[in-house]
Design a protein around this ligand. Structure first.
Ligand SMILES: N[C@@H](CCC(=O)N[C@@H](CS)C(=O)NCC(=O)O)C(=O)O
Length: 205
């Protein structure tokens, strides 16, 4: 067991992937040290440990990990309480499907809308409102049945997806159709109110 070792997280406050890891650490009350990175000038330690040089990177004793959703599952396995992953194999697979959908689809649609043609192809930017509306319908359908994506309690599915939904609520101009998705709004508000999220967004340097 490595759970007595100190944890150091190379992070960036506004990075939604790093938020996933900080939120998981705070939900589990795991003490950790944050190294706030400069995205334009990563530290030597980060570049040494991440082959693609990205945040987050987690160092736990001799264990070095990157990729946010791999790190959060590692934390769940290493520090199982409180539980953030379902036991049932099919529901656990649903959790990973939400993560997959977020990483492969939703995140990109948010980026196309948020950054426009400065970062995305014209066609993707034009399609973004339609794709985002479909994404929000998918989220709304799940969240109309229960307060969190997989049921009545917060899981890694919520922790992995919500930072990107939060990003969408902060774009200029605002994505107007958001107002129609009440269950999504309620879900976001309930997460923003959690002490773990407040700690996640505290300034560390
Ligand atoms: N798939 C990675 C994505 C991490 C990522 O893209 N992080 C961004 C910041 S939000 C980054 O470090 N970008 C620096 C770069 O690409 O040069 C994960 O889940 O951890």
């Amino acid at each position: 067991m490595k759970d007595n070792h100190t944890i150091r997280l190379h992070s960036y406050r506004r990075c939604p992937f790093a938020m996933r890891v900080r939120m998981t650490l705070h939900e589990k009350n795991i003490p950790f040290e944050t190294v706030e990175e400069d995205l334009k000038n990563f530290s030597i330690e980060l570049r040494k440990h991440h082959p693609e040089a990205k945040v987050p990177v987690l160092i736990h004793g001799e264990n070095i990990l990157y990729e946010s959703a791999i790190i959060t599952e590692y934390l769940e396995d290493t520090f199982p309480t409180p539980k953030l992953m379902p036991d049932d194999p099919y529901i656990k697979a649903q959790m990973r499907l939400w993560t997959y959908w977020c990483n492969q689809h939703f995140k990109h649609h948010v980026d196309h809308y948020k950054y426009g043609t400065s970062r995305s192809a014209k066609e993707d930017v034009e399609n973004a409102p339609k794709m985002l509306t479909e994404d929000l319908q998918k989220l709304e359908k799940a969240l109309s049945k229960h307060p969190f994506l997989l049921g009545n309690t917060l899981t890694l599915a919520d922790i992995h997806v919500f930072p990107f939904f939060r990003q969408l609520t902060k774009t200029t101009p605002l994505f107007e159709p958001l107002h129609h998705f009440e269950a999504c709004q309620k879900w976001l508000e309930s997460i923003l109110e959690r002490p773990s999220f407040k700690k996640t967004m505290e300034q560390t340097s």
